[in-house]
Design a binder for this molecule. Structure first.
Ligand code: HEC
Length: 128
C-alpha cells in the first residue's frame, strides 16, 4: 500500500518536472528565435546600407535636423561627443549600430532607412 502510493506521488512529481522542462525549453527556443530574427534583420540592414552610395549634402541636412541638438551645429560636441574624425575611431558598422541601436542613452535610437543612413555616414566621413 505504502509503495504504491509513493510511486503514484513519484509519477505526479515526474510529470510536473517534465512539464517544467518542456516549458523552459519552449521559452528558451522562442527567446533565441526572436534574437536570431532581430540579428538577421540588423545584418541585412547594415549590408544594404554599406552597398549604397551616400550623399554628403543630404547627410549634412539630416545631421542638422536630427543630431545637432546634442552633437552641436558643427559636430564639435555638446551633450554628445565631438564627432570629428569619428570614422577613425569607429568603423561604419559600429556607427550604424550607434545610430539605430539606442544602446547609450540619452542618445535615442533612430529609425532611418538604409539610403539616409548611408547619407549620414558619408557626412560623418567628411568630418576631419
Ligand atoms: C539626445 C541627444 C543625442 C542625439 C539627438 C544624438 N546623439 Fe549621438 N550621442 C549622444 C551621447 C550622449 C553620446 C555618447 C554616448 C556614450 O558613449 O555614452 C552619443 C554618441 C554618438 C556617437 C559615438 C561617439 C563616440 O565617440 O563614441 C556617434 C557616432 C553618434 N552619437 C552619432 C549621432 C548621430 C549621427 C545622430 C543623429 C542621427 C546623433 N548621434 C544624435 C547624444 C545624442
Amino acid at each position: 500500500m505504502t509503495t504504491s502510493s509513493s510511486s503514484a506521488a513519484e509519477k505526479i512529481l515526474k510529470k510536473e518536472i517534465w512539464k517544467r522542462v518542456v516549458i523552459f525549453l519552449l521559452v528558451s527556443f522562442i527567446f533565441f528565435f526572436i534574437m536570431y530574427l532581430t540579428q538577421h534583420q540588423n545584418n541585412k540592414y547594415i549590408l544594404k546600407t554599406l552597398e549604397l552610395e551616400g550623399s554628403e549634402k543630404v547627410g549634412d541636412s539630416l545631421f542638422k535636423t536630427n543630431c545637432v541638438g546634442c552633437h552641436g551645429i558643427t559636430a564639435r560636441g555638446l551633450v554628445g561627443p565631438d564627432l570629428h574624425s569619428i570614422t577613425n575611431r569607429m568603423d561604419d558598422k559600429q556607427i550604424i549600430n550607434q545610430v539605430i541601436g539606442g544602446q547609450t542613452p540619452p542618445m535615442p535610437s533612430f529609425e532611418i532607412d538604409p539610403q539616409n543612413m548611408s547619407n549620414l555616414l558619408k557626412y560623418l566621413h567628411s568630418l576631419e
